[in-house]
Design a protein around this ligand. Structure first.
Ligand code: NI
Length: 256
């Protein structure tokens, strides 16, 4: 269920039963010669919507821009600086908490978002405590990187071994191939060199990873793998989501 497709009164009814919101967050950045610019946002959104479908939880509009500073040397990339991303997340959550949401379950598609997201959670608590917002202590925020979920990692290792790499990975490319079969690109790519996952500035990144991949063999991706990654990510997330969203009137008290 997409939040964007509901009216305010439907959201009010939902909040009588639940306080949880799923929020997909991605990035708008290069993903090598075969991967789409929107890969991280497309993947996070697909996993979030499928999880929302399976649980009946509302899914917020996807945050399509992320912290992608080191990819700026490639056309099509746009980045929010960390402080901007923190501000965007805090402002969104502040408003959503005012409506009654208390538990924010982020499905993340991009590693560069992780540190700013965790800072945003701390910033939200600090800000609401400072202004004395009632009920602020009941807010819970969590994030899960879909590609790092245990069974997703196992599947990626089975299908691609070391070819999974760190960026423009065949697993994320496969998921977008499943979602958008009209946008599949194929080419014989030379393997990239060894990669320790470290990233610095945009120029340094492009010099070390000239075609945008980091240790990944994106050409191994197949759309049928993408369907498996989607189902696996959702089944990995289900118990995590159930524990996180557990709600009782007792826990939340009478008013927010
Ligand atoms: Ni990515």
């Amino acid at each position: 269920m997409r939040l964007a497709h509901r009216t305010w009164s439907e959201v009010a009814s939902y909040l009588e039963e639940a306080r949880v919101l799923i929020i997909p967050i991605g990035s708008t950045e290069q993903h090598g010669p075969l991967g789409l610019i929107g890969t991280d946002a497309l993947c996070a959104e697909a996993v979030a919507l499928e999880l929302g479908e399976a649980t009946g939880a509302l899914v917020a509009p996807t945050l399509n821009y992320g912290m992608a500073q080191h990819h700026l040397g490639f056309p099509g990339t746009a980045s929010l600086r960390p402080s901007t991303l923190i501000r965007v997340v805090v402002d969104c959550l502040e408003g959503l908490h005012r409506s009654g949401f208390e538990r924010f379950f982020f499905v993340n598609g991009h590693g560069g978002n992780e540190a700013p997201l965790r800072s945003a959670f701390a910033e939200l608590h600090a800000e609401l405590a400072r202004v004395g917002r009632p009920g602020a202590d009941r807010i819970r925020c969590t994030l899960h990187n879909w590609w790092q979920l245990p069974e997703v990692r196992t599947l990626a290792a089975e299908l691609y071994g070391d070819g999974e790499g760190y960026h423009a990975t065949p697993s994320e490319v496969a998921l977008t191939q499943h979602l958008l079969p009209a946008c599949i690109h194929r080419a014989d790519l030379a393997p990239t060199g060894p990669c320790d996952g470290a990233v610095h500035g945009a120029e340094d990144f492009r010099a070390r990873y000239p075609d945008g991949r980091m240790g990944s063999d994106s050409g191994l991706a197949r759309p049928e793998h993408g369907a498996r990654f989607l189902a696996t990510a959702v089944s990995d997330l289900m118990p995590l989501f159930s524990a996180f969203s557990a709600f009782s009137a007792e826990q939340t008290g009478s008013a927010t």
